[in-house]
Design a protein around this ligand. Sequence first.
Ligand SMILES: [Zn+2]
Ligand SMILES: [Zn+2]
Length: 710
Amino acid sequence: MKQENQNRVQDSQNGNTESGAQKAFRRTAKRQTGAARTSAAKNTTEGGTAQRRTARSGGRTAKKAGGSGTSMNASYLPVYDNAKRSPKTLKNAPKAEESALNNVVANAAPVQSKTGKTFIADARYVREKANERAMERAYEKMYGAQGEAVAEKTSRGGRNKKPVKIIFLGGVGEIGKNMTAIEYGNDIIVVDAGLTFPNNEDMPGIDLVVPDITYLVQHKDKVRAVFLTHGHEDHIGGVPYLMKELNPGTPIYGTKLTLMLTDNKLQENRIQNVPERVVEPGDVVKMGSFAVEIVNVNHSISGAVALAIRTPYGLIYHSGDFKIDLTPVSGKPIDLDRIAALGREGVLLYLGESTNIERMGYTMSETVVGTTLDHLFAENRDRRLIVATFASNVHRLQQIIDRAVQYGRKVALSGRSMLKVVDAAVKIGELKIPEGILVDLAKNKNLFDREIVILSTGSQGEPMSALTRMASGDSDKVTIGDNDTVIISASPIPGNEKMIYRVINNLYRLGANVVYESLEKIHVSGHACQEEHKILHQLLSPKFFIPIHGEYRHLKKHALLAQEMGMPAKNICIADIGNCFELTDRSLVQGENVTAGTRLIDGEGFEDYGTSEVMKDRLKFAAEGVFFVSLAVTGNYVVGEPVIDSHGFMFGEQMDMAEAYDVVKKAADAYDYENGTKEELSVAVRKALKNYVFKKTKQSPFIVVSVVEV
Ligand SMILES: [Zn+2]
Ligand SMILES: [Zn+2]
């Protein structure tokens, strides 16, 4: 008995004991008969990871018990032991919980999670724990036993009608930097925080592009949590830039792999003490006015999920990125059963991704790639194999590694992100590599070509990637020759075509054989095609719909697909960055825009694109070159000769530097030193030189004048 109590305390520290919300459910369940309200309240945990799908069977038991009026005190819901993840039933749970709660409050010490990662029990977390009962009461009021949500009451009365706001900060009208905020009263939850890679033509020198988060910073006291749907850069790449500016202690929720990849980024940016909470499909996280249920989907990365977000007015279903893969390589197929159940419960608003909406039919299953790999491994028995793919596509890596084992080859990893992701994925059990298969290329030079597969980054032809270096002969580890077969197991992201074809051309030049998507079925997309979208719309049958994750043409096409399936056009909105939509149980209307846009990151610096003087300057330098003029002045005359220096400028025959000096000197001499300022002097000199250069060369270089008083 004593032992059991200790376990319970431990569980609670992990946020995993039966929470107040679950107790609320038990209480609610006793009174409830309506299925819809039950599903809103059941299986809900506060600030934690806790329960999984089997809790639903608990839900059913509870419902049945409630329906027949049986007392519930004999059987508590099964909860999961954090370490073992095996169901166990708590007896005397309320008492155990109370002491656990006290324990958490008293010792705001680091808490060990099931991933072996340390979560800091920060002040906010402790406060939340302490406020659990208050929140639970509010929650019950909102989704309460009689099914009368507070919001619905006000809506019927027609007064104080406070809508749920859906605010798009990125990912609409573009593919990349996804970020959506959902707000009700004093609560905001953020879904995803992605990045885009810069377009070098109009953003020279920029490292990354992330959403402008001014709105969230202005309302940071309301931001309760950030939910990440999966670990792709366009969903997590902006997390460090967001967390830097939110209140310390704001938690991030995501599945294991998602958080592992996110954590790497936080570490690289030296951001500490962000509570990272691991969730799994079936978990429900209660956050202020929202309860967020995690739903399993398929995608080109493990641990991808959709979110079913319960709000005071009804359910918002956020698709994340998804496809329907009924024969996934590992993990489960998308939870169509649960999605259908959510549809029956009633979906108020569907936010659906649109990436592949232009493609007819269905996206092929990941297993198709396995079949292609089989014949490529068989055909290239005596050759060295180099396979380039996205490191984050763990299922793809698994398929390649499985073939390597089958064909008696060792696997070497090449590229920083490949090493990082494989390490992370092995640690959390997403990727299974038999012992002795992984080898270090440098230490195994004596392996025959037929004994090795090199798994490499660079499937997009990225300039600094491992494959690009191999193709240009710059790799110190791999020298490409005519016994190499290079398999590029990815498709070019729009915009990357030129880079990847350059790499393919170079590989051919070095004698290698190259296999890529247009030649073989060596890649499948991670995104749903039209018929899969129809299935989702059919199952969810939402009242309102906003397409997301697409350029305008994708969003438009997705809207048309929904209309084709019978949705009234007036119930569909197409969003742009900065738009705020106001949702109630009976309406979806566009509200006032919020500050939003594009933030450019260069090293430690950042600027907002719309107002960036730096970008204007850089583009001007790049396009026209630059002139530097230095003048030394004392009293009211110029000392010595002015210095003129130019870079990136094309001189013509008409331009004479001696004349340019004269122009500068004349402008300086003519200046009224008694009444003017240094700034006015430099403006006058710049104007004179600019006119002269334009007259002689028809060019307008950037001119910088510095005046030094000596
Ligand atoms: Zn994705
Ligand atoms: Zn995406």
